[in-house]
Ligand binder design. Structure first.
Ligand SMILES: *Cc1c(COP(=O)(O)O)cnc(C)c1O
Length: 388
């Protein structure tokens, strides 16, 4: 199976997940399996599945599909992105172990590592991974785990996965890459040296903003098996119904990501040329930190962008209120365009000082560009900017 999937392109793998696997009825799309338990073949002889906390067929289709997309040996689907990162922390780290995370990582990851390290579960430090001196200093502390998140949230800064993975491996650390923003359509961290890839499937992988899920993809089977023991131990599962919906969402992943990125590029061009916009952050711009790395490491620049409005802070709520299509909400990666104010929404769990250090100003807004007709999106931005 693995050798055949190598020949298939990403779009095909995504579309075909679980198709033609039903031998009982020959249903093209796989059936949903809500059963919590599975009949033993006979005394002391379980089948592939025995109890649903550990694994179930609906979850398995998603795990196999995403593992193939990321080029990993196996995957574990969890009930949300944070539980995937929590699971990997619990499974790999003991109180003396250190995790090195980016200073501008996803707000929830920052809060998780910060709060658990304060309770002594493990140690955590946050560094600017684009600063070679700071990175070297952090790695000299011999971390057990290095988290990479690129492009970063919300400033879309890009760091070199291959370079950081190499340095992390040199000190014996495992590399975990949060690939939520890029998806395996645009970036393949395992090919670049990562040991584990994680996603909030809530975002692009599902793409319809109607379920929460997370996933861990492992380069090596042994690590997957070890972490699966912990997944079953603590109970991080996703329901069969949500797994089914996620598999359905995945089918259009390549098409969605490709078109959303085309739309985003047009929004970037519009904002860059608008007098009421002070700054635009997007990996396609040469002004963006890591633009050259993005060209090398990504297959595209993605559909997330941020920008700062020029003018007094009071114009922000006016601008947001004037938008008719682009919705004020704190998620991303869905077919609908969303706008978010990181300081009061996604990054409110981070202290004002830490936000400042990470370069997240109170004037910053992030857009996840969706699949609406791009002229409608540009029109919406145009009229809202005319109000302020
Ligand atoms: C949303 C998100 C998460 C957390 O995922 P949930 O599904 O909300 O728990 C982790 N990392 C990134 C980059 C995210 O955008």
């Amino acid at each position: 199976m693995a050798s055949q999937s190598k020949k298939l392109s990403q779009g095909t793998i995504a579309v075909r997940g679980g198709i033609n696997t039903d031998d009982q009825y020959g249903s093209v799309v796989p059936v949903i399996t809500p059963s919590t338990c599975y009949r033993y073949q006979e005394f002391a002889t379980p089948r592939e599945f025995d109890y649903g906390r550990k694994a179930n067929p609906s979850r398995r289709f998603v795990e196999e599909t995403v593992a193939k997309l990321e080029g990993g040996a196996d995957a574990i689907l969890t009930n949300c992105g944070m539980s995937a990162i929590h699971l990997v922390s619990v499974a790999l780290l003991t109180p003396d172990d250190l995790v090195v995370a980016p200073h501008d990582c996803y707000g929830g990851s920052y809060r998780l590592f910060n709060s658990l390290s304060q309770r002594g579960y493990f140690k955590a430090i946050f560094v600017d991974q684009s600063d070679p001196v700071a990175l070297k200093e952090a790695l000299s502390l011999r971390p057990k785990l290095v988290l990479i998140e690129t492009p970063s949230n919300p400033l879309l800064r890009v760091v070199d996965i291959q370079e950081i993975s190499q340095q992390a491996h040199d000190v014996g650390a495992l590399v975990l890459v949060d690939n939520t923003f890029m998806t395996p359509i645009l970036q393949k961290p395992i090919d670049l040296g990562a040991d584990i890839v994680t996603h909030s499937c809530t975002k692009f992988l599902n793409g319809h903003s109607d379920l929460l899920a997370g996933i861990l993809v492992f380069k090596e089977q042994q690590l997957a098996t070890d972490v699966l023991w912990w997944a079953n131990n603590i109970g991080t599962l996703t329901s069969s119904f949500d797994s089914y919906l996620l598999l359905r969402g995945l089918r259009t992943l390549a098409a969605r990501v490709t078109l959303q990125q085309v739309n985003a590029q047009k929004v970037v061009e519009f904002l860059v040329n608008h007098p009421k916009i002070a700054h635009v952050y997007h990996p396609s711009l040469s002004s963006n930190l890591g633009h050259e790395i993005a060209k090398k490491q990504q297959k595209g620049f993605g559909s997330l962008l941020s920008f700062e409005l020029a003018g007094e802070p009071e114009i922000m709520p006016k601008f947001l209120k004037a938008l008719n299509i682009i919705t004020l909400a704190q998620s991303l990666g869905g077919v609908e365009s969303l706008i978010c104010h990181p300081a009061t929404m996604t990054h409110s769990g981070i202290s004002a000082q830490a936000r400042k250090t990470a370069g997240i100003s109170d004037q910053l807004l992030r857009i996840s560009v969706g699949l609406e007709d791009v002229d409608d999106l540009l029109g919406d931005l145009e009229q809202a900017l005319a109000v302020i």
